[in-house]
Every structure is written in structure tokens, then in C-alpha cells.
Ligand binder design. Structure first.
Ligand SMILES: [Zn+2]
Length: 331
């Protein structure tokens, strides 16, 4: 466990962050944040507080989120929820600024989900393939839990906005060196989810990978996706034109005479990403992939590389989500 979180440093960071407003690019207008449910706390009045400046009330401890977990809906305060998300979504070795960037992205996701009760009335579930993973903080060591809690507390209430609205703060493991446009993966263009370079990820487990598929299986999988594909005798004729996305992914690849989207091929063959090359041999189809995940938004390994060169969490966020602001969400 390498979270070198010092409580004194966290307290200073917290104090600084309470007044921190990061502005990058477009000016914000009125923000939309779901109302704080269930509990409210009242800040002491100026007369009670004397002349000292009072910190705003903690946001995360007072915001309760309905979470679908193992078939049951539980109400978790945002601090507990985000601590569990960090424990589930990030390697324990990642540094403090990466954890803080991740906490802000995950808080943004949670706040944005609040009004969308997609899970039997709950805002989010704990399946990482659907929403964000969650690991019960009481099941890990006190040291590890304290590290995650420090990152959540140091960014208390901070979220990411574009044009006054909470953003779709997507993230993934590793880009392979360049992130992807949202439009290339999901079809809809989002100005803050566009392809950016993501250097320094070479140490990631799946920075580059090779996946081999026996040729007969390769043909069968494509035939079941589209029975009209045909495979002439000459192997060289199986692969036709390939177009690529801005982020280096396969946009369209013609296989067996039929155009397949890169996202479709990723699903058919369980590829780690859409950034791949394909080589056919007499026995096998060999996919060489770069990165792991949809590659849209913040790269966790890229964020860690930035953190290790001294970048702050807000600099990481405004790099991967272009034109956004990082601000305290208003109750
Ligand atoms: Zn879900």
C-alpha cells in the first residue's frame, strides 16, 4: 500500500480546495446538481463563527445515494460510496493525485446518476461493467481504507462541469498512448470527450497485447455475426479496406467482403480495445491491441503517469476532459 497520505497534508489540501475553482476553456453558466437528499446541515452563522472564515459543510457525508448492491438497494453516503469505488477501481499502488482525480470523476458520475433511477429505483449499481465497481471499505485494511478516504475528503464536493452541466466522466484503464473520441465509440459527439495524447502508460499491464484466434474460429465468429461473409482461397483477400478513428482505433475493417465496425469486432472477439492490427496466418488470426477499455475520457494509467511527473488532480482532469471546469457542486 503506497498511498502516502499525510493527514496534515490532506487538511491543507482540503482547505485549499475549498476555495479552489479551476477554470479551463469555456465559462460556466448556471449549474445543474441534484438536490441533496435526506439530510441537511446548517453552517454556523457569521456571528456564531466570529471573524474566522468557516469552511463549507462537508458535502459527501450529507449526500446519500441509493445503490443497488447484491440485489438490494442500500442508501450510502457519498463519502462511503466513493471510498468503496476507489478501492474497487484503482490499483492500491496509485498515487495521491491519481486517486483524487478518480474521486472527482466518480463523484461526478454519481451526482449525474442521482436522478436517473435505472436500477430498480437505485441511482447506481456496483457492477463495474455497468456503473462503477464498489468494494466494502470495511473489508480492507485500515491503512488502505484511509488512503482512499483521504482522496475523497481532499476533493470533498468537487465535480466536473461543462457549460454548467455535470459531464459524463467516463474513464478506463489504459489507452495505449492516445485516447478515443466518444463519437467513435458511442456515436454521439461530446466536446469534452475527444481524443488526446496519453503518454507514459508503457508500464500498464495491457499497454500492448496479443490475442490469437484459430482461423476456423475466426471464420465461424464472423459468419455468426453476418452469414453473408465469404472467405476466398487466398488469405490475403480476407481483409479489405481499414479506416481508423482519430484515436487510432479501427473505425471500419472489411472482413470476408463485409464492413465491420471496430467496436463490433472488439465485442465479437473479446478484444481489449478497438486499437488493433490484424494478421492472418495459415492457422490463426492474430490481433495486436493497444490499451484496455473503451479508451474514452480519463486513462487511469495515463493519469498516474501525469501524477508521477508532478501534475495535480485538476490538471489531470482538465487534460482528459477538455474544456471543463472542476468546481464544488452546490447543494
Ligand atoms: Zn449500473
Amino acid at each position: 500500500m503506497k498511498h502516502a497520505f499525510l493527514s496534515a497534508a490532506a487538511a491543507v489540501a482540503f482547505a485549499v480546495l475549498l476555495t479552489l475553482t479551476v477554470r479551463c476553456g469555456r465559462k460556466t453558466t448556471a449549474r445543474t446538481t441534484p438536490a441533496i437528499p435526506m439530510q441537511t446541515t446548517v453552517a454556523p452563522s457569521a456571528s456564531q463563527a466570529g471573524t474566522e472564515l468557516q469552511a463549507p459543510q462537508p458535502f459527501d457525508r450529507n449526500y446519500f445515494l441509493p445503490v443497488l448492491r447484491e440485489g438490494e438497494i442500500v442508501s450510502l453516503d457519498l463519502r462511503t460510496y466513493l471510498t468503496g469505488v476507489l478501492l474497487a477501481e484503482l490499483p492500491a499502488s496509485f498515487s495521491e493525485e491519481t486517486c483524487k482525480a478518480q474521486a472527482v470523476a466518480c463523484r461526478t458520475y454519481a451526482l449525474r446518476s442521482y436522478d436517473r433511477r435505472r436500477h430498480q429505483g437505485a441511482a447506481v449499481c456496483t457492477d463495474s461493467a455497468c456503473c462503477q465497481g464498489w468494494l466494502d471499505p470495511s473489508t480492507v485494511s485500515a491503512d488502505r481504507r484511509a488512503g482512499a478516504e483521504a482522496a475523497v475528503d481532499a476533493t470533498d464536493g468537487l465535480a466536473i462541469f461543462y457549460d454548467g452541466e455535470l459531464i459524463d466522466a467516463t474513464f478506463f484503464s489504459c489507452s495505449g498512448g492516445q485516447t478515443e473520441d466518444a463519437a467513435a465509440v458511442w456515436g454521439g459527439d461530446l466536446p469534452y470527450l475527444r481524443s488526446v495524447p496519453s503518454p507514459g502508460e508503457e508500464g500498464a499491464t495491457h499497454f500492448s497485447d496479443e490475442q490469437r484466434v484459430p482461423l476456423a474460429e475466426f471464420q465461424a465468429a464472423l459468419r455468426s455475426a453476418d452469414p453473408s461473409v465469404s472467405f476466398p482461397e487466398a488469405l490475403g483477400a480476407w481483409v479489405g479496406n481499414v479506416t481508423r478513428t482519430t484515436g487510432g482505433g479501427v473505425d471500419v475493417m472489411v472482413l470476408g467482403g463485409r464492413p465491420f465496425r471496430g467496436t463490433e469486432l472488439r465485442k465479437i472477439f473479446g478484444l481489449r480495445s478497438t486499437a488493433f492490427t490484424l494478421t492472418l496466418t495459415a492457422d490463426e488470426a492474430i490481433f495486436k491491441t493497444s490499451g484496455f477499455g473503451h479508451r474514452v475520457g480519463m486513462s487511469q494509467y495515463g493519469a498516474e503517469a501525469m501524477a508521477r511527473t508532478g501534475k495535480r488532480f485538476d490538471e489531470i482532469l482538465t487534460w482528459y476532459y477538455q474544456g471543463v471546469t472542476v468546481e464544488r457542486a452546490d447543494p
